[in-house]
Design a protein around this ligand. Sequence first.
Ligand code: GLN
Length: 482
Amino acid sequence: MHNKTLSEISSGLRNGDFSSEEITRHFLNRINQLDPQFNSFIAVTEEQAIQQARQADKMISAGETQALLGVPFAHKDIFCTEGVLTTSGSKMLENFISPYDSTVAANLKRAGAVNLGKTNMDEFAMGSSNETSFFGPVKNPWDVTRVPGGSSGGSAAAVAARLAPAATATDTGGSIRQPASLCGVTGLKPTYGRISRWGMIAFASSLDQAGPITQTAEDAALMLNSMAGFDPKDSTSVDQPVPDYRANLNDSLKGLTIGLPKEYFASGLDPKLENIIQEAISEYQRLGATVKEVSLPNSSLSVPVYYVIAPAECSTNLSRFDGVRYGYRCAEPINLEDMYTRTRSEGFGDEVKRRILIGTYVLSSGFYDAYYIQAQKTRRLIQQDFVNAFEQVDVLMAPTSPSPAFKFDEKTADPLTMYLEDIYTIGVNLAGLPGISIPAGQLDGLPVGLQIIGNYFSESKLLNVAHQYQQVTGWHKAQPID
Ligand code: GLN
């Protein structure tokens, strides 16, 4: 039962092949049995899930047909979920029970989807390997000596190991696409503003965007249908109608123009990885697409620009964790300053502290112009490169990450090597564009993802392009365990 896609579960429920309670219990059992080896869940919401499933079964018997009604999934632990532990992977929120639902959680609840639990993640979504989680790293189901990617490593590992048919995730610099690539699943980062950020614990507000991690593009469309939409509670949410993202999945790709950014295929890209990406592109040519080289001349500035802007925004966003309002508070403070200092010193992990320090520095009055303003100006140039590229092509294709899953501790000693994990994904966040990673091959038995980048609000096109590939290839079906 766990090998079914979300779409297959959805139709199975409506055909009466099984009940929501049955399939929900099946996944809960699987999580209980298998997750101790992967650590992909921080909390399993068994009781609530069974309740939601029973409610869904009643509604299905009454003839309701919403696509996600009764379908189980998991939430990245960055989404506030009413009455449920919401930690953002941090000691700071180790015991935080959210009093309200994020808009994404509310939307999926309204759609009748059944939440199995909350998935593990890098602390406050800062990381590319899940090693910064207070709750311990997630292990990659393809090889438990390797990282699952991050920060949404719990969501990606859970879907790869079929502990959940789909999961929510967030992407600030690559955190949906990179773990999807390393775990061999499909991960969609929509256009900035497509999904409400309300109740999604903020890392870098001008970059954060929610999206689904699933087995297939078709399932991502199904999730996006419920996750997307205008929300007056998020001033950056865009007031645009939500189309049925499944409507164009079967469109032909004849005449599609694929742009290959030459900077992404330059020296430094592992030739074996490049071969896999080129093979995927040849598959697209067989489907009727043509290929054109394009240039993103400022792309080498993406990582440095991101590591000014993201820390700047996180340093202000994380100032709310001060021991006063909610979350961790140090024991027996002697005065207010002692409480602030020790609460934050004890509550945050090293990577989070590093970012707060960098952010505070680049925003300080002496350095604001030299770093923050300069980074904002360069961000505009990076965005303009993409705008120019999309005048010539329909989508861009590139690797998602520079290597398959790496070993634990391989990159922790040097933060800069870790930051380079997102070299192919970060530009998309800086520009606010949508991107998807789909499994496109394997290197030494480990999954490799192909990244497809689209123009603003072209999610339907991206899903169509990804789906067509999944109709003629089987990489998305490869599983690490039965
Ligand atoms: N790996 C990047 C970082 O550490 C991106 C993380 C993310 O997208 N949340 O900031």
